[in-house]
Design a protein around this ligand. Structure first.
Ligand code: FES
Ligand SMILES: [Fe+2]
Length: 458
């Protein structure tokens, strides 16, 4: 049970709050490169502040406070020029550092523009996304490097499903250090739904957790598990996967390398992304991609109820039903919540460092680099490789991907390249046909929208 004051400290992300100050020491993805190529300016809300993000004439990016310092019209409705972003209202021009370069309606000999600066951050491209840094950047407190994690830089087929959730980002992060939920929410509950609705829940998820482990590491917390029937030699324990402090989780299996990203938009909204790089062993002939595939996936049905017949939909149900900000004064943590307790302690320690004028020591780097590899299991839950990939494709948010067929083919070809010729498109289709998405789709075709979970009578 947390005191109200501590709950607020842990969940408020605005400027000047302890958590907001800590979170401003990190880079965040805020747009797809594709979007800025289609239209060069985008409104961005991050950590409870609004910004104008734009693609510069030289191909780089800029991020600046949304409202123009002149009379506060939105710079999102501005003009991209050679030297920067010009406000659409009276034409004040700003470069990417926030310096005001031109005020066309002021007298020609005026020096007024020298005294005007817009709040500006840094923006860079990585893995088909535009990332921004809006925190301190001084000699004593320099901006960190944008961490180039393996998923973003390694060769693979990139597929990104995303959605905005109406809840605080911390309840999503706490789920990342809560391994027991897997056997219940994605195991027992999924199986229960399958029994009711006539589909096969993905294999492996029902296995009981015999042992869980959490180790603090430079990038966050390494999470490990031993499942019933497996040993400590299995990847789930020997390798594990990390919560990437402060707002991501790296996870994988069967050639799917994924970063789960939770960008705090404000205290009660989180941009949630599942950034997958498909790189099954044995496969190297990746289809050409100008941009990662990106798509919004649904998590509420036509009646406004949670769609719970896929893995992320189940997680989202748990995160969102905790409330826009989980009232932790009413919770009761047990011994199995040790990961959650560790994460909160880490946040408090890192907030204290920043409050004393220092920099965070976890989840950040100030060294230039090309790639950061994170530990992540390949063999997952002791399930057959290709079967696991197929069940992830059909039982997770990727089932909504427009690239589903391409990904399916890629895993079949990879299996064949590894000498496993038992997988064909027909077998994959047959396997997927038993999954929740297919069964639900067929039912919808036959009888209209399916009931996907409990609801109140109305
Ligand atoms: S409000 Fe932007 S130039 Fe006047
Ligand atoms: Fe989950």
């Amino acid at each position: 049970m947390l005191k109200q004051e501590l709950n607020e400290q842990l969940t408020q992300v605005g400027p000047g709050t302890p958590m907001g100050d800590l979170l401003r020491h990190y880079w965040y993805p805020v747009a797809f490169v594709r979007e800025l190529d289609e239209w060069p300016i985008k409104k961005v809300r991050l950590l409870a502040e609004n910004f104008a993000l734009w693609k510069r004439a030289d191909g780089g990016y800029g991020i600046m406070q949304e409202l123009c310092p002149h009379r506060r019209a939105s710079l999102v409705y501005g003009v991209v020029e050679e030297e920067g972003l010009r406000c659409g209202y009276h034409g004040w021009l700003f470069d990417e550092t926030g310096s005001c370069l031109d005020q066309p309606a002021e007298p020609a000999d005026s020096t007024f523009s020298d005294r005007i600066t817009a709040q500006a951050g840094k923006a860079e491209e990585l893995g088909g996304m535009v990332w921004v840094y809006i925190g301190p950047d001084t000699e004593d407190n320099p901006a960190p490097e944008l961490p180039k994690f393996d998923v973003y830089v390694d060769e693979g087929f990139k597929d990104v499903g995303h959605t905005v959730l109406p809840c605080n980002w911390l309840q999503i992060m706490e789920n990342s250090v809560d391994p027991h939920h897997v056997e219940w929410l994605h195991g027992r509950y999924f199986k229960f739904l399958g029994e009711q609705q006539g589909f096969l829940a993905p294999p492996g998820f029902q296995k009981k957790h015999v042992k869980v482990g959490f180790d603090e590491m430079e990038w966050g917390i390494l999470k490990r598990r031993v499942l019933e029937g497996n040993t400590e030699d299995a990847d789930d324990w020997a390798v594990g996967h990390p919560l990437v402090f402060p707002y991501c989780m790296r996870v994988g299996g069967a050639g799917i390398e994924q970063m789960q990203i939770r960008v705090p938009i404000d205290d009660t909204h989180t941009w949630t992304l599942f950034y997958s790089s498909h790189q099954p062993p044995g496969f190297s002939d990746f289809p050409e991609q100008v941009y990662p595939v990106d798509y919004e996936f649904p998590w509420l049905d036509e009646r406004g109820e949670h769609i719970v017949d896929y893995i992320e939909g189940q997680d989202i149900m748990a995160w969102v039903t905790q409330g826009d900000i989980n009232d932790r004064t009413g919770e009761h943590l047990g011994k199995s919540d040790v990961g959650v307790i560790m994460l909160r302690r880490m946040f408090r320690e890192q907030m204290a460092l920043v409050a004393e004028g220092g920099r965070p020591t976890v989840g950040t780097t100030y060294e230039a680099h090309d790639r950061i590899g994170l530990p992540c299991e390949k063999d997952k839950f002791g399930v057959d490789y290709t079967e696991f990939a197929m069940s992830w494709l059909s039982g997770g948010s990727m089932r909504y991907s427009p690239a589903m067929d391409q990904m399916k083919k890629l895993y079949i070809e990879a299996a064949t390249a590894r000498g496993d010729s038992s997988w064909s498109v027909a077998r994959a289709d047959e396997f997927i046909a038993q999954s929740a998405s297919e069964v639900a789709r067929r039912k919808r075709l036959a009888t209209g929208p399916a009931r996907s979970g409990p609801r109140e009578e109305r």
